[in-house]
Design a protein. Structure first.
Ligand SMILES: Cc1cc2nc3c(=O)[nH]c(=O)nc-3n(C[C@H](O)[C@H](O)[C@H](O)COP(=O)(O)OP(=O)(O)OC[C@H]3O[C@@H](n4cnc5c(N)ncnc54)[C@H](O)[C@@H]3O)c2cc1C
Length: 809
């Protein structure tokens, strides 16, 4: 059954019905002799549940398994086999649990029509075959295993890199997959007591290998995708093997993306089908033995496909991610997070005016010694700090979850961002703080270099209390400044712990000072005479106040780096894929309870597809789990505090009287006690109707006619903000048009607006959204420094020695 998988409960219902109808139809045609026997059905589990993912394991087992059982019962009645398709690597564990549950179900006990697809490109494939064999043996049931190489290999590679996993779940050489396939074939043939083997391949070489390995053709079936491998199957049938066709079913809309996918897959240079029709490839090459090929490689993994840890080498180490779909990872992680949460919290007193004065005195006195520490050593301190951040990951995650109310995945990505910030700025500092020679007349040496400015004030927000806090501090320190950092009053504990790690990394105590406290402390800090610069992330209103204060101070005019809010809009056109739009809207608007400055605030939908997308969006929103962020199954936690909640609820009151509600996710009882705000979407007349940034899980939707795209862009630009923006479209010219005209710092195409990665998507806005330069980008550090040029007359000693030597050669 073609399609993108269920996003909503209604999608899952529809897929369930489609599968049930298909089973009835296949059963009927088979019984009437119109279909060959046996004709079966393949089921994609992600179609039967909107949240078919490990984090939602309990729901899946409770809600999805009974439906699957119902389909199996129906298939058993019609005497047709049912196979569970293989999907993404991070769903494998869950699929095996579902398989186990099916085999424990009394109503289908004794039915031998159940089958599982196994992907040979996954490194776990042989173990999966063993697991299924053991399962069959334990339950005394025959099971069908359909061995395929695996679709969406490219997606698995990208995902593993993005998530920072140590290794790929799939092989990186084509021959690796081919060898794995053959190893699995052997295992399956060796388990013939329990396994009915089916081989899904269009590769004649792979098929020939199987033919060589088997003695009992009658027990083995080959399968191909409809429209492919027909000639191969003719030959295979002659050898006495059974053959079958896997035929996708769906309407033209879903069929198109499937066909594009097939073309991409078969068009790949590594694809057997592609090579078969390439006359320039000799038959010997086409029939090369993959085992010999793998043996010949000194390096078994593909040298051009980098594992996540090496992604940025040799410049810097990548931060380490975790597979949150792996219970062997999440089990210990959750335990540690809980243990840390039990420790008594430190009391972090606010800095007094006298404290600030003392800190400033110490920071200023020690500026010279710190700024003279060679840049390479300063960079090494940051790298050590990054290692410490990762070493204390569980503790920091625990603080982020309990103090800043981050969800578990958000907390993990924030720890990664903090470590990335340190390593990236270390790398940039070595580059930026070199002494550069400048061209000029002979007899002169002209050089430019960057040096630290003095005491920098770093003022950070609660919404990224680790990554932004540390990003500012790391940049200021490595640029040779001493620092007084003021964290947000909501998140002093995280800052306190980071301070200890900064010192543990070797950075001298007098180079870094922590000044906890609220706005008053911030105001006193920026008023300190002699301050050399201020870096701030927070609201535009506060940034403006800081700017005015600095402008009125005596003394030099100092740099002010401000990162402020946004009115971030996403423009969708009618060519966009609704499922992708909905995934990215839900992620961009509601992840971190909408409390990211990059979060999606205003969604522009084309009139033609707005209703369809909104229906899907409502369904997807209703699938969100809201509750205690310390639980892996919860997607959205509370907002930061009562004040934030009240402000958002006031905005909701205005929406209630002036806008049209699309959806508000009902909150469970457990949310009564926290500062929760329901994720919600409202249709508003125009972006100008909004009075400012709404910092929470509230999405605003505007319908537009494609004829007024320019006006839409003008309206967004007219807000004056320019932080993030995006386009969802499959039309290149539309994307380029919006990219050119939308004045935003970070523009995202066919993806969500959040999750900028340090050094990969340098982050920051323009206009009301910030002064620049972008954090995590190549121009950030110079703003923390001042430039000095030395011009030296080399002839002063009596003559131009180098010119005389050069000219005499
Ligand atoms: C009956 C049937 C059912 C199917 N069901 C599923 C299913 O449930 N789940 C699923 O995922 N797919 C499924 N498929 C699709 C299947 O995965 C692809 O058709 C298959 O990968 C193509 O393999 P091949 O042997 O025909 O071609 P080949 O050209 O020999 O192999 C292509 C495969 O090699 C792998 N590959 C390519 N480059 C590399 C590389 N550098 N490193 C490692 N591996 C590489 C890729 O997986 C690619 O698909 C099914 C196919 C059939 C015929």
């Amino acid at each position: 059954m073609l399609g993108e998988g269920a996003r909503t409960a209604a999608d899952a219902d529809n897929y369930f019905k489609a599968y049930a109808d298909a089973i009835a139809a296949v059963g009927k045609f088979q019984a009437a002799g119109k279909f060959p026997r046996p004709s079966g059905i393949s089921v994609k589990l992600s179609a039967l549940h909107a949240r078919y993912e490990m984090a939602q394991r309990e729901r899946v087992m409770k809600e999805m398994v009974p439906r699957l059982v119902a389909l199996c019962e129906q298939a058993a009645r019609h005497d047709i086999p049912l196979t569970i398709d293989a999907e993404e690597a991070d769903r494998l564990q869950l699929s095996l649990e579902v398989a186990t549950a099916l085999l424990d179900t009394a109503s289908i006990d004794g039915w031998n029509g159940l089958g599982f697809a196994v992907q040979a490109y996954q490194k776990r494939a042989p173990v999966v075959i063993d697991f299924i064999t053991e399962l069959a043996r334990a339950k005394n049931r025959r099971l069908m295993v359909r061995l395929v190489k695996g679709a969406y290999w490219d997606t698995e590679i990208k995902r593993a890199q993005e998530r920072g996993w140590d290794d790929f779940p799939v092989f990186t050489r084509k021959a690796g997959t081919d060898v794995s396939y053959l190893a699995c074939v052997k295992r399956m043939l060796g388990a013939s007591e329990w396994i009915d083997p089916v081989f899904g391949t269009h590769n004649a070489m792979t098929a020939a290998h199987i033919l060589e390995l088997t003695r009992e053709p009658g027990r083995i079936e080959f399968q191909r995708l409809h429209g492919m491998g027909e000639e191969l199957h003719q030959l295979i049938r002659k050898e006495g093997f059974g053959t079958g066709v896997y035929a996708p079913v769906g309407n033209h809309e879903v069929l198109l993306s499937y066909l594009v996918r097939r073309i991409l897959e078969n068009g790949a240079n590594s694809s057997f089908v592609h090579r078969l029709y390439d006359r320039s490839i000799p038959i010997e090459e086409l029939t090369a033995d993959p085992v010999a090929e793998m043996e010949a490689y000194a390096q078994k993994s593909h040298p051009l496909i980098r594992r996540a840890p090496q992604l940025y080498e040799p410049q810097r180490k990548n931060s380490q991610g975790l597979d949150l779909a792996d219970p062997f990872v999440t089990g210990p992680l959750l335990n540690e997070i809980e243990e840390f949460a039990k420790l008594p919290a430190a009391y972090v007193p606010a800095a007094s005016a006298a404290d600030l004065k003392d800190m400033f005195g110490a920071a200023q006195r020690n500026f010279t010694s710190w700024t003279r520490v060679p840049v390479d050593i300063r960079a090494k301190y940051l790298e050590r700090l990054a290692d410490l951040i990762e070493k204390h990951r569980s503790e920091l995650m625990s603080l982020l979850i309990h103090e800043a109310k981050r969800s578990i995945p958000d907390a993990l990505s924030e720890v990664r961002e903090a470590a990335d910030n340190c390593r990236y700025y270390a790398m940039r500092a070595r580059e930026d703080f070199r002494i550069y020679d400048l061209p000029g007349p002979t007899g002169e040496r002209n050089q430019i270099r960057l040096v630290g400015r003095g005491v920098f004030a770093c003022i950070s927000p609660w919404n990224f209390p680790l990554a932004i806090f540390l990003g500012q501090v790391a940049a200021a320190l490595v640029a040779g400044n001493t620092v007084i950092a003021k964290p947000a009053p909501q998140t002093p504990l995280i800052a306190w712990r980071v301070k200890q790690l900064i010192y543990e990394a070797g950075i001298p105590g007098d180079a870094f000072h922590l000044a906890p406290g609220g706005p008053e402390v911030g105001q006193q800090l920026i008023e300190l005479p002699g301050l050399a610069g201020v870096v701030f992330t927070g609201s535009f209103a506060t940034a403006r106040k800081i700017n005015l204060t600095l402008a009125q101070k005596d003394g030099p005019i100092i740099p002010f780096i401000a990162e402020t809010g946004g009115q971030n809009a996403l423009i969708v056109d009618s060519s966009a894929l609704p499922e992708q739009v909905v995934d990215d809207v839900v992620l961009g608007s509601f992840r971190s309870a909408g409390q990211r400055c990059s979060a999606l605030r205003v969604l522009y939908l084309p009139e033609a597809t707005a209703d369809k997308i909104l229906t899907m969006l409502i369904g997807a929103m209703l699938e969100l789990r809201i509750g205690d962020p310390a639980k892996l199954e919860n997607d959205v936690g509370p907002v930061i505090d009562k004040a934030a909640q009240e402000k958002l609820l006031l905005h909701v009151e205005r929406l209630q009287s002036e806008a049209k509600q699309i959806c508000a996710v009902p909150l469970a009882r457990e949310c009564d006690s926290g500062t929760f705000v329901a994720p919600q979407a409202w249709e508003i007349p125009a972006i100008g109707w909004l009075e400012g940034e709404v910092f929470g899980p509230i999405l605003h939707v505007i319908r537009y006619h494609p004829g007024i795209l320019n006006r839409v862009i003008d309206e967004i630009n007219a807000t004056g903000f320019g932080l993030t923006g995006g386009a969802h479209s499959r039309i290149e010219s539309t994307v380029r048009h919006i990219e050119r005209d939308l004045a935003v710092g970070n523009f995202y195409v066919n993806r969500s607006l959040i999750g900028a990665v340090v050094g990969v998507q340098p982050f920051g806005g323009e206009g009301l959204s910030g002064t620049g330069p972008k954090a995590g980008g190549p121009h950030y550090l110079p703003r923390f420094a001042t430039e000095r040029v030395t011009s030296e007359n080399l002839t002063a000693a009596g003559g131009n020695a180098s010119l005389l030597i050069a000219a005499s050669k």
